[in-house]
Ligand binder design. Structure first.
Ligand SMILES: [Zn+2]
Length: 410
């Protein structure tokens, strides 16, 4: 280190260093990154990424910040060089070109170029999203109606559910591809590898504007009745999720059951619009189906109920304002895990509760992390609050889920 250690970098110096050195360019000197939507992902130039080597490291859409899921670290390009070279902040700034005579024109030009690149990148990401949506829609259009398929037997026999007369939101695919990891073709291009092909229940995500947004997959075994598929990564032995979501799910829902057509007819209104007075929303299809089944068994009148699955807790609770430190869960580096907090970010869209709904019930399953679940429920209750709407949160027994309660008689 030279004698000018004490030299300070002003905020404008630091901004210039960041502008001159896009994160992807610096990281790209160590590892090969690839585009994923608006982001760049790949192995981590700091830790390699371990078992998640192909996707641990992520350069955010702004191009100015990064995060690694394995080292649980992240920040700007200066932080990246500090970690890669194991050097001080000042040294990292020097290595990135340090202080240069402030040329406002050059700074403005760089900012302009970055903005132009950002617009181009966003447009490419939007095109990619629309292509994916169309691919998934085609898959949906070609799938079999649920009734009589192994997917229906999974729900009724394995999960003990009563199915509604109509399940417009659920279908079956006899040979759905399960993608995991990547493979290289003869031209050196990377593409997603098919690890398995087999039966799957698929569910459509319906966006707030009523359009198809994406698909939820539940991969099943070939057994009769089928169970959830248990796959593991052949390289690492890591257990892989039997459920996957593709396309846009944020602010979109899966329809498990809708209000009855008889009820709609009695209202003498257009049966295509949602008229449900009661809406029940849970995280998973099985959760919502279990509470639906319990209502049917109890002989409750549910003519005017609609039943939605949000796919995951984040979508049920909607976008959050800030992350909070988890009271007990820790990251690999010993710091508290940070989880989405209870305050909604209302500038970002979430699920839209139809105008006809007077009672909203949110289902909190007990088998997810309780802190995460409670924050998500509170966030949802704040987000969906409006005059004339009562909101109730129903929690399953701690450590259990609604399906276990249904089958165990709880
Ligand atoms: Zn890392």
């Amino acid at each position: 280190m030279n004698a000018v250690v004490a030299r300070r970098f002003s905020e404008s110096d630091l901004a210039q260093i960041r502008e001159r050195n896009p994160v992807a360019e610096i990281a790209g000197q160590y590892v090969t990154l690839r585009r994923s939507g608006a982001k760049m992902i790949g192995p981590c130039p700091v830790c390699g990424g371990g078992a998640k080597s192909k996707s641990a490291f992520e350069v955010r859409a702004d191009g100015l910040s990064w995060v690694c899921a394995v080292c649980s670290d992240g920040g700007d390009v200066i932080r990246l060089v500090e970690k890669i070279d194991n050097c001080s902040f000042v040294e990292a700034c020097e290595r990135l070109g340090g202080q240069r005579s402030a040329d406002p024109d050059a700074v403005a030009r760089l900012a302009e170029q970055r903005e132009a690149k950002r617009i181009k990148r966003e447009a490419a990401a939007e095109r990619y999203r629309e292509q994916e949506r169309r691919r998934l829609k085609k898959m949906w259009d070609g799938a079999e109606p649920l009734r009589g398929t192994p997917a229906a037997r999974y729900l009724t026999e394995t999960r003990g559910l009563i199915l509604p007369d109509e399940t417009p939101g659920l279908r079956f695919l006899p040979a759905a591809a399960y993608f995991h990891g990547e493979e290289e073709d003869e031209r050196g291009r990377m593409s997603r590898a098919v690890l398995h092909r087999g039966p799957a229940m698929i569910a459509a995500f319906i966006r707030n504007d009523g359009r198809f947004g994406g698909l939820h997959f539940t991969y099943l075994t070939d057994a009769d009745p089928p169970r959830k598929l248990e796959l593991s990564d052949p390289a690492t032995g890591e257990i892989l999720q039997a459920k996957k979501m593709r396309g846009g799910k944020l602010g979109a829902h899966i329809l498990f059951a809708r209000e009855s057509l008889q009820f709609c007819a009695n209202q003498q209104t257009d049966p295509s619009g949602c008229l449900a007075r009661v809406l029940v929303i849970g995280e998973g299809i099985e959760t919502v189906g279990s509470v639906y089944t319990a209502h049917r068994i109890a002989g409750r009148r549910i003519d005017d109920y609609a039943w939605w699955a949000a796919g995951d807790l984040g979508n049920l609770g909607g976008p959050h304002l800030e992350n909070l430190a988890h009271p007990t869960a820790k990251q690999p580096n010993g710091h508290p895990k940070r989880v989405p907090g209870p305050l909604p970010d209302l500038d970002k869209p979430g699920l839209l509760i139809p105008d006809s709904v007077e009672h909203l019930t949110l289902l909190g399953d007990g088998d997810s992390d309780p802190v995460l679940t409670h924050y998500a429920m509170e966030r949802a209750a704040r987000r969906y609050a409006r005059p004339g709407l009562t909101i109730r949160i129903a929690f399953a027994r701690p450590g259990g889920d609604f399906n276990g309660m249904l089958r165990g008689g709880g």
